[in-house]
Design a binder for this molecule. Structure first.
Ligand code: NAD
Length: 483
């Protein structure tokens, strides 16, 4: 049994001070449920409101801080994250169940995100325009929005928060950050590093607690000017309604039903690699996971049989064990839900190819074998987000049918195609109704400096990441001056 340290001081960070709360919770290791990872304070509405007030009070000062000051703070945070990537990766692997190499890579990436936005703080700048009127000058500048409420899911507990906190601070906003309840230790570890980066009190605040109480308090507060949410479509929809009613800025990153199209001219082994990585790594618990594999009829059977062989060979086990490909699901509820999807697939007549069984390992964890089914387009497993290790194959007669199937979904986050045809690759890039396309790459796996986000039911508001983050974290001001 591999036991680690229990983090007991996981408290709220409000107005520059660490605070306990009336109630506490625990997070457990999904690879070994006998191991407690953190005991943490759970904020109530009053604490969240005090964090919001602290952020609002700090805004007038921080919003006028120099770009160099903001760059220095972000660079310092990024440097520490990178230096401690192994330790933070270990914590992440223990709390979420990602394999250690994946978890360490995520910690490093969070550091790189802060470094990138340290540069963005300096790159600001605006536009000058010729006026229509003689002697008048026009310029367009960007200003911070105000207090940003940042609400994040459990599946990427360092990079998703980094992708929101870093641009918010870089562009001069104040932050109230609420991580998901399953990952308090990761949220706290990030906040602890930020708390030592010489930010004035109130500029950055951490509140841990339930979505219903702590999250909702952020959504309802008239002092929160911008809400960035990553999570389920159901909660995103509710947040959008409430935020729109009080005219707060909203950015939603939600789920997907991402497709990987495999054409007959593709390198089939490479396509199988893309499918295994995209559909099953991290147990499919990624918003960009490929849960629909749309395969041209001529290679359908060959693809399915090679994919089945690869799934048989995947090593599922304790996230810290060397050589493990896929760890456990994050908790008992998500395991039960994924197993229930296996039952739904069978009931609706999808053809079982492999997996979908609960697995026993040396430690009690939420293990499951990766599941593969052959489905029809109308099956629920081909239409609804599963967020677990279950993918289905849909047969397409040709490229046109494959593209039509790919777009036949209410979501539109990421879509991929494996092909050696330049014509089809180019057509797919233009016609896939998604925010991100991948050619001969898995649907999951993106660069941190390029825009991230989806269309249709997968996203709302400006894109995250890179230079595009400025769209959400700043507001445009147009200035006219008679010279
Ligand atoms: P979730 O919607 O249950 O929770 C996300 C966050 O919202 C949590 O912090 C939660 O406490 C909070 N929350 C819940 N109810 C709230 C409310 N009423 N008001 C305010 N906050 C509330 O999602 P999850 O289960 O943590 O994460 C999985 C989901 O996240 C999946 O649907 C996945 O597709 C999505 N996801 C999307 C992306 C993306 O960028 N598109 C990335 C990762 C995950």
């Amino acid at each position: 049994m591999i036991h680690g340290e229990i983090h007991q001081n996981v408290r709220q960070y409000i107005n520059g001070r660490w605070e306990t709360s009336a109630t506490t919770g625990v997070s457990a290791n999904p690879s070994d449920t006998s191991e407690v990872v953190a005991e943490y304070a759970r904020a109530d509405r009053r604490q969240v409101e005090s964090a919001i007030r602290a952020a609002a009070d700090a805004f007038s000062h921080w919003s006028h801080s120099t770009p160099q000051r903001r760059a220095d703070v972000l660079d310092r945070i990024g440097t520490e994250l990178l230096a401690r990537k192994d330790e933070l990766g270990l914590l992440l692997a223990r709390e979420v169940g990602k394999t250690l190499p994946e978890a360490v890579a995520e910690a490093a990436r969070a550091g790189q995100v802060f470094k990138f936005f340290a540069g963005e703080a300096l790159r600001g700048g605006g536009e000058n325009m010729a006026s229509l009127r003689a002697g008048v000058q026009v310029d367009v500048t960007r200003e911070p929005v105000g207090v940003a409420g940042l609400i994040t899911p459990w599946n990427s507990p360092l990079t998703v928060p980094a992708t929101k906190i870093a641009p918010a601070l870089a562009h001069g906003n104040c932050v109230v950050f609420k991580p998901a309840e399953l990952v308090p230790a990761c949220g706290w570890a990030l906040a602890e590093i930020i708390s030592r980066a010489a930010l004035p009190a109130g500029v950055f605040n951490l509140v841990m607690g339930s979505g219903r109480e702590a999250g909702q308090a952020l959504v309802d507060s008239p002092l929160v000017d911008a809400l960035s949410f990553t999570g389920s479509a159901r909660n995103g929809e509710r947040i959008l309604q409430a935020a729109a009613a009080r005219r707060a800025k909203v950015q939603l990153e939600m789920g997907g039903k991402n497709a990987l199209v495999v054409l007959a001219d593709a390198d089939i082994d490479h396509a199988v690699d893309c499918a295994v990585q995209g559909a099953y790594f991290s147990n499919g618990q990624r918003c960009t996971a490929s849960s629909r594999l749309i395969v041209e009829a001529a290679v359908h059977d060959a693809f399915v049989s090679r994919l089945r062989e690869r799934l048989k060979a995947l090593k599922i086990g304790h996230a810290l064990e060397r050589g493990v490909d896929v760890g456990p699901l994050v908790d008992e509820e998500r395991l039960a839900r994924s197993l229930a999807w296996v039952g739904i697939a069978r009931e609706e007549g999808a053809e079982h190819v492999w997996g979908g069984e609960p697995l026993k390992r040396a430690t009690a964890g939420h293990y499951m074998s990766p599941a593969l089914f052959l489905a029809q387009p109308g099956h629920r497993i081909a239409r609804e987000q599963i967020f677990g290790p279950l993918a289905c194959v849909l047969r397409a007669a040709d490229y046109d049918e494959a593209l039509a199937l790919c777009n036949d979904t209410p979501s539109g986050l990421s879509a991929g195609i494996c092909t050696n045809s330049l014509k089809h690759a180019m057509h797919f890039r233009r016609h896939a109704e998604v925010g991100m396309t991948m050619v001969n790459l898995p649907t999951a796996g993106v660069d941190f400096h390029a825009p991230f986000g989806g269309r249709k039911g997968s996203g709302y508001g400006p894109r995250e990441q890179g230079r595009h983050a400025a769209e959400f974290y700043t507001t445009v001001k147009t200035g006219y001056m008679l010279a």
